[in-house]
Design a protein around this ligand. Structure first.
Ligand code: C5P
Length: 221
């Protein structure tokens, strides 16, 4: 019975896009809508899982039955994901996490000075939540899934990223201004650490989500 194949399982899904504040009114962000992560949460609920959804800057209705934890920045998401992952059977990092954040946060709005050069924004590296999960859950049976949004050399970059991050599965999709982000449909190749590549043709984000859960469920002990 695949309909309730996640019954008794706790899964954690991250969704949306983190925002790194520059000053009280500005941030560095990305185009993620959270739709793919929410579709993963809804399909996992339908298959019987207990779902913790760690959302960053998503304007979508909470999936009924999910525990939704709202976060803003990458560091907030990191804390929420690591906490929820402690007793999780699977973690799917569908969120678009900012790789960098401004080194300094100005606690008052930055003003322009007429005639002066704008001050540069210096960036520092954010924690890599996915890499940290892999390092800390390696000994357990937890299944860890990453997403890769690539604009070019999608497969080559995906395989390199899977190896570098060390997760069990990597969902690689092509993004761009008019591809994937904010759209109801998606297409992807799901790469696995054991060398498998599953092609998911363009379809709904729910369809892709169900294929992800099929592969996750097959790897659960
Ligand atoms: O390296 P890249 O950002 O392309 O990796 C994408 C995958 O890694 C996604 O699953 C994303 O959620 C995760 N990630 C993360 N922490 C970061 C950057 C990315 O967990 N700082």
């Amino acid at each position: 019975d695949t309909a309730r194949d996640l019954a008794g399982r706790h899964v954690v899904v991250s969704a949306g896009g983190t925002r790194e504040p520059i000053d009280p009114v500005r941030f560095i962000g990305n185009r993620s809508s959270g739709m793919q992560g929410y579709a993963l949460a809804r399909t996992a609920l339908a298959r019987g899982a207990r779902v913790t959804l760690v959302a960053a800057n998503v304007a979508l209705p909470d999936p009924a039955g999910a525990e939704v934890v709202r976060t803003g920045s990458t560091r907030e998401m990191r804390d929420a994901v690591l906490k929820a992952a402690a007793d999780a059977d699977a973690v799917v990092m569908a969120a678009a996490v900012a790789d960098f954040r401004p080194a300094d946060y100005e606690d008052v709005k930055i003003k322009k000075t007429p005639g002066a050069e704008p001050a540069p924004i210096r960036l520092v590296e954010n924690p890599d939540i996915l890499a940290e999960l892999v390092r800390e859950a390696r000994d357990g049976d937890q299944v860890i899934v990453g997403f890769a949004a690539e604009t070019h050399d999608v497969l080559e970059n995906g395989r390199r990223k899977l190896a570098r991050k060390g997760c069990d599965l990597l969902v690689v999709n092509q993004v761009g201004e008019h591809l994937a982000f904010g759209r109801p449909d998606n297409a992807a190749v799901i790469l696995s650490a054991d060398g498998e590549a599953v092609d998911v043709p363009r379809g709904s984000k729910e369809t892709l989500a169900d294929v992800v859960w099929d592969l996750v469920a097959a790897r659960m002990i």
